[in-house]
Design a protein around this ligand. Structure first.
Ligand code: FES
Ligand SMILES: [Fe+2]
Length: 421
């Protein structure tokens, strides 16, 4: 068995097994905050959440609260939501429109660029605080970049560009946007939050684990009389793919192409969404529109925290070694009101408060977290499909729909991040 690298993780990550303590070690969680969440590109939000000048929305990078703001100049910034005076959280409103933020504790005032612009009772400061105004302000996350409206930020002042980080997985975000007649998605449906007493890495791995749906989700597949279960069966032609940099996908297109029925990915038919089909045909031409509607949107996990599950967008937020929040919203496609209405309905049914899908996954996350507390047999085996894994024309590792190609890719990337100096 190959040891990937010694160091913080020691020999706890091997080519086809990982040690259970990787999910329970509080010291490792603190190291992850430094090596991953405060260093690499992390998904923050979508530009459509702050369409107007001075719009803001409260977001997070790992456990840390941040504000995503569109300034008066139109520039999107990510600010740390912490007053430089005594550390108070400056903004407590989830979203809104404001040119300035006033700290509730002693009334220091900040422009939405982060600059400190005013004090209460300025006479108490030397020269009315001119020097402080230049020096103090809200912390700015140094690197902010967007791809197709998806805004990512990095606390690291150097390192790979966003394009380098996304690599081949950028094409999956293109595919999400293709399902809109206007080529754009919108994040406007509001977020549900689900807290799970589980390590965040179980959740990241589960997103492209095609081995579990046939068992964990059999009840919803039965109730909904859905064909989705078959996509994850032993006979499925669907694939798992490791794009590198921790990004992974379950590529269901081979199954949808086999039947060649538009909108099968969405569990509906063209007849039920005539307005959507017409606008897609007008935008892309009949043949291309048909191909796009057969293929559907991707099932992709952009490391470390953005998961697109065909019709939903999830953001994974670690709070502690054994506590994670999943923020989830229905994807909305610009120029597709009839599709969007059904997206919201299906989202409520599957991942809403009484939803039938996410509850099953959350139960597995918590049971797994409790399970790994027992230290014997210590290791988790991730060797499924190792012997049949291959490289596609682009050099990405590919496995069967039910193989653990994604988990192995995630751990390879994790080892590299955690061992980087
Ligand atoms: S803590 Fe913000 S003004 Fe004092
Ligand atoms: Fe699941």
């Amino acid at each position: 068995m190959t040891v990937i690298q010694p160091g913080i993780v020691g020999d706890r990550i091997q080519s086809n097994r990982v040690h259970g303590s990787l999910y329970t070690d509080p010291a490792l969680f603190q190291a992850e905050l430094e090596h991953i969440w405060r260093k690499t590109w992390v998904y923050v939000g979508h530009e459509s959440e702050i369409p107007n000048l001075n719009d803001f929305v409260m977001k997070s990078i790992g456990p840390q609260p941040v504000l995503m703001v569109r300034g008066r100049d139109g520039v999107v910034r990510v600010l740390q939501n912490r007053c430089p005076h005594r550390g108070n959280q400056v903004c407590v409103q989830e979203q809104g429109n404001a040119a300035i933020f006033v700290c509730s504790y002693h009334s220091w005032t900040f422009a939405n660029t982060g600059d400190l612009i005013g004090f209460a009772f300025p006479e108490g400061y030397r020269d009315h605080g001119d020097a402080e105004k230049k020096e103090l302000g809200l912390g700015r996350v140094p690197r902010v970049e967007a791809y197709r409206g998806f805004v990512f930020a990095s606390f690291g002042t150097d390192g790979p560009t966003l394009a380098e980080h996304l690599g081949g997985a950028a094409e999956t975000l293109d595919r999400v946007c293709l399902a809109s007649p206007e080529g754009e998605i919108e994040v406007t449906a509001g977020f549900l939050k689900h807290k799970a007493r589980s390590n965040w890495k179980f959740i990241v791995e589960n997103e492209c684990d095609g081995y579990h749906p046939a068992f964990v989700h059999s009840s919803i597949f039965g109730v909904a009389d859905s064909g989705i279960g078959g996509l994850y069966g032993n006979q499925s032609t669907a694939l798992t793919r490791d794009y590198g940099n921790g990004h992974t996908e379950v590529d269901l297109r081979p199954e949808f192409r086999k039947t060649g029925v538009p909108l099968q990915w969405f569990g509906t038919t063209a007849e039920r969404l005539p307005a959507y089909v017409a606008s897609m045909e007008a935008a892309y031409g009949n043949e291309r529109a048909r191909e796009i509607m057969i293929d559907g949107t991707p099932h992709v996990m952009i490391y470390p925290n953005l998961f697109i599950a065909e019709i939903q967008l999830f953001v994974i937020q670690p709070l502690a070694v054994d506590l994670t929040v999943q923020h989830v919203t229905a994807l909305q496609f610009k120029g597709a009101p009839d599709l969007n209405r059904r997206m919201r309905q299906q989202t409520m049914g599957s991942v809403g408060p009484a939803g039938l899908l996410l509850a099953d996954d959350c139960e597995m996350y918590e049971r797994t977290q409790r399970g790994v507390a027992a230290r014997d047999p210590e290791w988790l085996f991730l060797g499924r499909g190792e012997q049949r894994e291959y490289r596609d024309a682009d050099g990405f590792r590919v496995g069967h729909a039910t193989d653990e190609t994604p988990s192995r890719g995630i751990w390879r990337h994790y080892a590299g991040l955690m061992e980087a100096v």
